[in-house]
Design a protein around this ligand. Structure first.
Ligand SMILES: [Fe+2]
Length: 388
């Protein structure tokens, strides 16, 4: 067995790798073979044999012509080595550049090892010794070359199909991801809205607190916008505001409505609402940051707030914003136990409590944006207008 046959056998050994591919019909029927040989007698003889075996043959008498007419419709190429002009070795190099994957068989009477090695290194598939005396061997060699060609074509088709399939699957997956994202976003919005509606309903029961959450949300968004917070932060801020007093839903804070100051026990109960609020939304993982803001919207920058007594930068900037907005609205709204402050007086109070209760930067920003605003006109629920 020659080293060329070893190569052929190795290819046949790979057959199992392609077993899942569909078989091509009439694999050996009327396959096209290109032959280049300057010797008319040899060329005619080979053509006759090939045609006898049922192949369609195209012949040329030099390497350059072979390269010129070669296309991917051919299934095998037979090249003479010694040809005038471009010899067989130069021809196969030019053929290789076309990268068509068509097996090349060298036709030569000089079967020296030196030629064989050179041919192999250049990518030859097999050798055919001339004159052709063993027709069965010739037939086997051509069939193997054709079979190799079939594998190449099937592999190409397989890769093309695979690429198309991967592209289609990737597209399908991307579309599903978009749908899933939209569904998830919608679910998040619906969940927040549902909780917010409950909180609003609670507020509406008390004429003194009606609209408080919406006003706190609007003030906070005005501050956030002025601070140029990223869109993601604004969304969290809005949600945190809408839910900031959600803890009051499940603890009895009816004492808030009573005239006069709270006693110690009542005050301790009211102080629980930030923690309770955070725990209510804790199962909703997408509201984790909002939970932190809710928990800390009664912290003071000097550490005297509740529930954790955080100081300065330990408090989330969004919580600092809600604190200012919440306090301003509480001061400017009527309560059962006191008359509401004017805007001017509430701003003075914010300023007085800067660096104790309130964050200095947040108060400064709020002062700038609220100074020339009629607060009675921004109590609407029109967030889009504020965020314009
Ligand atoms: Fe609160």
């Amino acid at each position: 067995m020659s080293i060329f046959h070893f190569c052929c056998d190795a290819e046949i050994g790979r057959k199992d790798n392609y077993s899942r591919w569909p078989k091509l019909p009439n694999v050996y029927h009327m396959k096209k073979i290109l032959i280049a040989d300057d010797d008319d007698l040899v060329r005619d003889a080979v053509i006759k044999i090939l045609e006898m075996f049922g192949y369609e043959v195209t012949d040329v008498d030099n390497g350059q012509s072979a390269v010129n007419i070669l296309n991917d419709k051919f299934d095998a190429i037979i090249l003479d080595i010694n040809m005038p002009g471009m010899d067989g070795f130069e021809t196969i190099q030019a053929i290789n550049k076309k990268d068509l994957g068509i097996p090349v068989l060298f036709l030569t009477g000089a079967g020296s090892m030196e030629y064989a090695v050179k041919a192999i290194n250049l990518g030859a598939y097999d050798f055919i010794t001339k004159p052709i005396e063993d027709l069965d061997l010739f037939d086997v060699k051509i069939k193997r070359a054709i079979e190799k060609r079939m594998y190449v074509l099937q592999e190409k088709a397989y890769k093309t199909n695979l690429e198309k399939e991967i592209q289609a699957k990737t597209k399908e997956l991307a579309e599903k991801n978009i749908l899933l994202r939209e569904y998830s976003d919608q679910l998040e919005i619906s969940t927040v809205n549902a909780i917010h509606t409950l909180q609003n309903a609670l507020e509406q029961k008390d004429r003194y607190t009606a609209g408080h959450t919406n006003r706190v949300t609007n003030y906070s968004l005005m501050i956030g916008k002025k601070m140029n917070l990223p869109r993601e932060e604004i969304i969290i801020l809005e949600r945190a505001c809408q839910l900031h007093d959600i803890g009051k839903l499940i603890i009895d804070v009816s004492c808030i409505q009573k005239p006069g100051p709270l006693n110690y026990k009542e005050w301790q109960l009211v102080k629980k609402h930030p923690e309770v609020g955070q725990s209510i939304i804790k199962p909703l993982a997408f509201l984790a940051r909002e939970g932190i803001v809710i928990r800390h919207h009664h912290e003071w920058v000097n550490g005297n707030g509740y529930p954790d007594g955080l100081i300065g930068d330990q408090i989330d900037i969004l919580a600092k914003i809600v604190t200012v907005a919440d306090s301003f609205d509480a001061m400017t709204s009527m309560r059962s136990y006191r008359v509401n402050f004017s805007k001017k007086k509430a701003l003075e109070e914010l300023k007085r409590c800067t660096n104790t209760q309130f964050d200095e930067k947040t108060v400064a920003v709020f002062n700038k944006i609220i100074r020339d605003v009629n607060i009675n006109k921004i109590h609407s629920n029109d967030r889009q207008k504020i965020l314009k």
